[in-house]
Ligand binder design. Sequence first.
Ligand SMILES: *Cc1c(COP(=O)(O)O)cnc(C)c1O
Length: 451
Amino acid sequence: MADVKHTLSESDIPRSWYNIQADLPEPLPPVLHPQTKQPIGPADLEPLFPRALIEQEVATERDIPIPNEVREIYRQWRPTPLYRARRWEKEIGTPAQIYYKYEGASPVGSHKANTAVAQAFANREAGVKRITTETGAGQWGSALAMACSFLGLNLAVYMVRISFNQKPYRRGLMETYGASVTPSPSSETEAGRAVLAEHPDSTGSLGIAISEAVELAARNGGTKYALGSVLNHVMLHQTVIGQETAKQLELADAEPDVLIGCVGGGSNFAGLSFPFLGRKFRDGSGPRIVAVEPSACPTLTKGKYAYDFGDSAHLTPLIQMYTLGSGFVPSGFHAGGLRYHGMGPLVSHALDLGGIEALAVDQIETFSSGVEFAQAEGILPAPETNHAIAAARREAMRCKDEGKGRTIVFNLSGHGHFDVQAYMDYHAGKLSAYEYSEAEVADALQHLPEV
Ligand SMILES: *Cc1c(COP(=O)(O)O)cnc(C)c1O
């Protein structure tokens, strides 16, 4: 049996996505219409999403079959490897066994390709010609751009302006796949013009870029909107990660004690953990599950579990989730994919039910852990992923202190080949450990909608 890399064959690519809604002890709170504050129905979402994805959003069946064409595309990079971090274990002197699932193996270098392909497929099946979306640092935009080029769709991306200016390489990748990329806020939409009128120098936020993309889709019949995280159907598509991991751990004869993922909107974390969490909900057994966020955007650890908008212009429905308020504009820390003000409703609900734990880590600790990991294992992790690595390290050090050999598994959600500047800034001592203060949190939460 392979000791380091637990290889599966193509026939081990899951045939269905795992839907945790089948196993929730209490159902999700309803999604509310932004004006009437009444629960919305599928028809309310049809201007934005194809019907197949709306059905997945509310489905309660446990297993949702993966369409053959999607599975065929997954074959290019799935099953992804599960590695044992032997050199890192030795380096830090822990008795723990540390495994990581390597989602950087996709062509765009992150887990986001798993849902991008599923969403582009559902849109093409519904006869949609163009998709629009937002992107922060560009990982989601490039994953969707690749999927759209595979499936023959046009893609219009609103990219948060600060990233558009500071991270030209992801933009170049999206354009290479054939997408058009506009810096947000832009003058193309009402939402964008409203922000620019007040703040002509706005560097943008994910919330603003979402407003622009949603507006474009709502106004154009043949254009639909796609989101790379947060929504239930995105969490669903990512469960290929956890299903493969369960098989690979079995091959390695390992029983996980703790599962760890970083969280922005929650999808890579959900992808790894939900198949295990479902079992925990069904029979009470299973590992501890830890979601790790930046201390500069502490949605789960300092936010409030309340109804809020998904965007800054308040075009989206109201979702009950952990939130820092839809007006939240985070400081410029380096994990762009973790800057969203809210959290996926399924991840929020899981925390509220006590099925998972949350932890916030500052960016100095995340980069020092990421550099140590890269030196031991060779893989340069994305700055987002470094949050999971820092938490895995804390667990491993606790094992050392307690003299206990536990099994730690984390999701290596993506590689950091486009983020080398952030590492150079870290080496140059330019990063600071920003903590979001209680006062700022209280301020950001003042404007939650009344429900
Ligand atoms: C987008 C991204 C994340 C954060 O998004 P989630 O939906 O929380 O997974 C984490 N890691 C990488 C590499 C990303 O690209």
